[in-house]
Design a protein. Sequence first.
Length: 36
Amino acid sequence: AETYGEIARASLQGFADGIERRTLDELISFCIARGF
């Protein structure tokens, strides 16, 4: 069984991965819009 700490860590990791992916997508879209 997973401990609360392991579950929380996995949730935070997933949350951070989501932010990084979204930010990267926005950066790429911005660069494309600027013609880079």
